[in-house]
Design a protein around this ligand. Sequence first.
Ligand code: BEZ
Length: 211
Amino acid sequence: MSLQLGDVVPDFEAPTTQGTIRFHEWIGDGWAILFSHPKDFTPVCTTELAEVARLKGEFEARNTKVIGLSVDPVESHIEWEKDIEETQGQAVNFPMIGDPDAKVANLFGMIHPNASNTFTVRSVFIIDPAKRLRLTITYPASTGRNFREILRVLDSLQLTDQYMVSTPVNWNEGDDVVIATSLSDEEAAKRFPKGFRKLKPYLRLTPQPNR
Ligand code: BEZ
């Protein structure tokens, strides 16, 4: 069965552009994003990797490391990184796993045979400090990802781990959040001293509590 939300993700040892890693040890005490792309020296992937590199500071601000993967060897990643810097004006500043035998790709179900028997699809895994899978998304090869959406989900996960809230449609950092339905109005008033708007008994909005 494929990886499910809440599962502890597989641990593995693999070569990367920044040396061999043991995955769980590499994650350490923070959060991690593991993402795959179909192939080195391809156009959409070239733009995606540069964007992840541009956003590295945003990931670090969320105590999150990023690591890429495709079924190419590390030597190929290193050659391709020169093209990425040349064409995108941004050097790749995070490790890329070399996985030519698809060992890691198969552990995480990144190869979808109906799309391709050999290439990884565009998978994203958000992994929390307990090494549990908190989000997985899969894009087709023809569609580049929006990594700002991944940052938005990280913000939501980190907020909702801390407070008894969830984040509504199109929520962004700073917007109102939804109070857990398990809390009574009295408990909600104590936990959320900025107050709340009760639209329905199950729909109570409060300002983001950590701002
Ligand atoms: C790309 O990155 O542009 C790409 C890679 C594999 C298949 C299709 C597009």
